[in-house]
Design a protein around this ligand. Structure first.
Ligand code: PNS
Length: 161
């Protein structure tokens, strides 16, 4: 049986921290489906299509990773993909309360679906999409924070003109 894991998020934009988790999950599971939330409550900086396109560029070298969109409940998307595993990255204690709440809520909604947390690599502990957006807005360097191929795209959209 093929084991598929779902890695959900907003990816606004994708960072090297996300890529680290995707890469490591791809070595544990036969297939990793990155689920990009389409209609979140937030107002993303990047359009849905831009976020998907950036992810596609970033994971182009990993053969067993697919990028898909979802809206509605995460557990419904997980079932739709014939999976029973949600992958989440855990950066620090500050992530714990929110992620633990989501994991318990998702288990309440779908008891057969497990959330598995991968500890972020120490070099990405400080990294988040919002930090990337902030640095780009203020003209700072995104080197080592996002995939090299995306630096120009992100800076063009968010950077000082
Ligand atoms: O990258 P993010 O914004 O932290 O990702 C959050 C995400 C997409 C994982 C979360 O908002 C989510 O699962 N949304 C889908 C709606 C849902 O299932 N809500 C109930 C469980 S929290």
């Amino acid at each position: 049986m093929q084991r598929t894991a779902i890695y959900p998020g907003s990816f606004d934009p994708v960072t090297n921290g996300h890529i680290d988790i995707i890469t490591r999950a791809s070595k544990i599971f036969d297939k990793v489906v990155v689920g990009v939330l389409e209609n979140g409550a937030k107002h993303p900086a990047f359009t849905f299509q831009e976020r998907v396109n950036m992810l596609k560029v970033a994971v182009a070298g990993i053969p067993n990773v697919d990028i898909k969109s979802f809206s509605g409940l995460l557990v419904d998307f997980v079932k739709q993909e014939d999976s029973s595993v949600i992958i989440k990255g855990m950066r620090a204690v500050s992530d714990f309360e929110y992620e633990f709440q989501m994991a318990l809520l998702n288990r309440k909604l779908a008891p057969d679906i497990e959330t598995i947390f991968l500890a972020t690599s120490d070099k990405y502990c400080f990294l988040s999409s919002s930090i990337v957006r902030d640095i780009a807005k203020h003209g700072g360097s995104l080197e080592d924070l996002v995939p090299d191929e995306l630096i120009e795209t992100i800076c063009e959209k968010l950077g000082k003109s």
